[in-house]
Design a protein around this ligand. Structure first.
Ligand code: IMP
Length: 195
């Protein structure tokens, strides 16, 4: 079978591992570093879709590779879907995840509706055509952090149907039910059909 080379517009090794594990051998996934891209790619759109497309277009236009990019946000119902596209810098430009979690708990203090969801959007550019895939996991924000694993908001998020937080359940479980896993699985189905 022919191997398709695709740039994943990230240097995050955890994301690269996760995506490579789901996509399997038929797709060679390379990082930004591997194509010599060391710039900070702009992410200035106001939606997850916009940011994912902006990153994928940057790589396609400046480096000429087929490429995909992702953007993820935590959408909290009682906060009108904030922090959403601003999840990484919720508590400021320093992008400090401890401060982000503290702010989230502060904003939800006293609110009974704790419903939230993680949403990942992947934008793919292949042969100059654009495609978008989405993954969602619904759950709730608990009142006190639990668990040492994971990253970002994981220690505050319990997915529907589970009692453990993402930070307590371990990567092997999280990576089968997560927003990102769903979006990457849709990408895989699409790429496999294109073979
Ligand atoms: P990014 O689009 O993957 O950079 O994610 C934006 C922000 O959302 C990150 O800074 C994290 O704080 C948060 N985030 C993304 N994915 C996850 C996840 O799987 N669990 C918890 N937080 C996440």
């Amino acid at each position: 079978m022919r191997t398709r080379k695709l740039v994943f517009a990230t240097n995050n090794v955890h994301k690269l591992d996760e995506v490579r594990a789901i996509l399997g051998d038929s797709h060679e996934i390379v990082s930004l570093r591997a194509i010599g891209c060391t710039e900070d790619i702009p992410e200035t759109a106001e939606t997850l879709e916009g940011n994912a497309l902006q990153k994928a277009r940057f790589v396609a236009q400046h480096y000429g590779y087929d490429c995909f990019a992702d953007d993820t946000g935590l959408e909290v119902e009682a906060l009108d879907n904030a922090p959403g596209v601003y999840s990484a810098r919720y508590a400021g430009e320093a992008k400090n995840t401890v401060d982000n979690r503290k702010k989230l708990l502060y904003e939800l203090n006293g609110k009974s509706n704790r419903s939230a969801r993680f949403r990942t959007v992947i934008a793919l550019i292949i042969n100059s055509q654009e495609f978008v895939f989405e993954g969602v996991v619904n759950g709730k924000i608990i009142e006190k952090e639990r668990g040492d694993g994971g990253f970002g908001y994981d220690s505050l998020f319990v997915p529907d149907g589970y009692s453990a937080t993402f930070a307590e359940m371990g990567a092997s479980v999280k990576n089968t039910i997560s927003h990102r896993a769903e979006a990457v699985s849709k990408l895989k189905i699409f790429l496999d059909e294109k073979e």
